[in-house]
Every structure is written in structure tokens, then in C-alpha cells.
Design a protein around this ligand. Structure first.
Ligand code: GAR
Length: 198
């Protein structure tokens, strides 16, 4: 079994897609062992609870400095003994120590076709605002391995999505989620689980 840890900050629709695809068998040989949120109010924690998955919050607000937060976060990660760490809308910069320790075992979903609309400051709705501002006709999502940079690691999967006349950032975000993110993130996990089985 591939032991998967999912890190979240918000609504958790990508987490839900993973939960659903594990439940229906489209992601094989995989167990979601823990969900970690930096945000105590994240609806993703409700989704974890609903699915019977342990969900915990490690909030920077509860630590006196960044170093103490990173230490607590890494302890919560290590305790889950993960084979794979999935950043599913996780808005915390991953400490370098953790990247080194789990190199090649951390993946992230980003809501654009990297290298467009990515890097520092490009997250969530902002990505879609920028895509609409630039007037692109095609956008999409990317699953990639996490390295020390922001959205710079090796690409695993990408899927393109059309921009339509009259799109708002919210409408485009929803289409990118439905047509790309919720498809390619579970698919990438399944690919990694299959690779482990070999
Ligand atoms: C998703 O669109 C994800 O791609 C994005 O945050 C959203 C989280 O939604 N991630 C980033 O922008 C990372 N740079 P969710 O909580 O409903 O899965």
C-alpha cells in the first residue's frame, strides 16, 4: 500500500477527489493515512473526518516563530510515515529540510499550465485572474514534484482547459478544477502507487 499524506489549507475539493477515487478503486493500492491543515477552519478537515481519515491542524499561529512551526509540521509529517506527500491546495512554503528528506516523494497540484502563471504570488484564484488578464485562450492544471523552488519541480501530468467568452476568475477556476485538477491529481497518485507495486 502507498501511504499518502495530504496537506491542505482550504476547501479541500482536491482532497475530496482523492478520497473518492481511492473509494471507487480508480486509485489502487493506496491509503490516505493523514490530512494536515495549517488552517483550523479549513473545510478540508471536515471532509477528512467525514471519510474517517485522521485530520490534524498545525497552525503557524500556535508557534512563536517559523522555525518552531516548521519543526512541529515536520514531526506531524514524519509521524504519518508517508510514502507520498500530496500538496492539495496547501498554501505554506515547504521547509527546505523537509524537501531534502522527502525528495521525489512530494507532489503538488497547480491550477495553470506551468511554466505559465506560476511562482511566487500565483495561487488559488489569483492564477485565474492573471490568466484572464493576459487573455489566454487555453489554461489548465499541472501536477509536479516539489523541489526547492516555487512550482519549479519536474512535471508529472498536465491537462489543458479552454477559456470561454465571459469567464470570471471563479467560473474559470471551477472549470479547471472539474476538467483538470480533479482528474490529473488522482491519476498521478495512481501512477505512483502502481510504480511502487512493481
Ligand atoms: C486548487 O485550485 C489548487 O490547484 C490551488 O488551490 C486550490 C485549492 O482548492 N493550489 C495552488 O494555487 C497552489 N499554488 P481545494 O482546497 O478545493 O482543493
Amino acid at each position: 500500500m502507498l501511504r499518502v499524506l495530504v496537506c491542505v489549507s482550504g476547501g479541500g475539493t482536491n482532497l475530496q477527489a482523492i478520497i473518492d477515487r481511492v473509494a471507487d478503486g480508480s486509485i489502487g493500492n493506496t491509503e490516505i493515512v493523514r490530512v494536515i491543515s495549517n488552517n483550523p477552519g479549513a473545510y478540508a478537515l471536515e471532509r477528512a473526518k467525514e471519510a474517517g481519515i485522521e485530520g490534524i491542524c498545525v497552525s503557524p499561529k500556535n508557534y512563536e516563530n517559523r522555525q518552531a512551526f516548521h519543526k512541529a509540521f515536520l514531526e506531524a509529517v514524519d509521524a504519518a510515515k508517508p510514502d507520498l506527500i500530496v500538496l492539495a491546495g496547501f498554501l505554506v512554503v515547504i521547509p527546505e529540510e523537509m524537501i531534502a528528506k522527502y525528495r521525489g516523494r512530494i507532489i503538488n497540484i497547480h491550477p495553470s499550465l506551468i511554466p505559465s502563471f506560476c511562482g511566487t504570488g500565483y495561487y488559488g484564484l489569483k492564477v485565474h485572474e492573471k490568466a484572464l488578464e493576459r487573455g489566454v485562450k487555453v489554461t489548465g492544471a499541472t501536477v509536479h514534484y516539489v523541489d526547492e523552488g516555487t512550482d519549479t519541480g519536474p512535471i508529472i501530468l498536465q491537462k489543458a482547459v479552454s477559456v470561454e467568452e465571459g469567464d470570471t476568475p471563479e467560473i474559470l477556476q471551477r472549470r479547471v478544477m472539474e476538467q483538470a485538477e480533479w482528474v490529473i491529481l488522482p491519476k498521478a497518485i495512481d501512477m505512483i502507487a502502481r510504480e511502487k507495486m512493481k
